[in-house]
Design a protein around this ligand. Structure first.
Ligand code: 5GP
Length: 115
């Protein structure tokens, strides 16, 4: 099972590479993005390896809701009153790590639409 999640987030979950964690529970962890795009840039990932939102089904309904609530919690704990939550799904949409993750981005004015 050691290689069942070969992504960099699998390595973070297993402690094989370091990431500054800001939250963890039995379902997910949250940590700081290596290349922050804003003063606050956190990632919330499930412990379950789903390649992306496209892989999720009704069996993950509660997990997906939990991830959103954790995203709001870590955003508020980081001092944000406004933030953006992003899930890139597929390479063409900007996904580079194929382990589902929610970006929590804030601390500066964010324009819309995104590029
Ligand atoms: P994506 O482009 O897949 O939506 O987002 C992947 C994110 O993971 C990027 O923002 C990238 O900076 C972040 N990332 C990639 N490798 C690492 C790493 O080793 N550590 C941390 N903390 N973040 C990473």
């Amino acid at each position: 099972m050691a290689d069942s999640n070969p992504t960099v987030f699998g390595k973070i979950l297993r402690g094989e590479i370091d990431a500054p964690r800001v939250y963890e529970d039995e379902y997910c962890i949250a940590f700081k993005d290596l290349q922050p795009q804003a003063p606050v840039h956190l990632l919330v990932i499930p412990r379950l390896h789903l390649a992306g939102l496209n892989e999720a089904d009704a069996g993950q309904e509660a997990l997906l809701g939990h991830l959103l609530l954790v995203a709001a919690q870590v955003a508020k704990e980081a001092g944000l009153a406004a933030w953006r939550t992003v899930i890139n799904t597929g390479a063409e949409a900007g996904q580079t790590v194929f382990h589902l993750h929610l970006h929590v981005i804030g601390g500066r004015t964010l324009s819309w639409p995104p590029g």
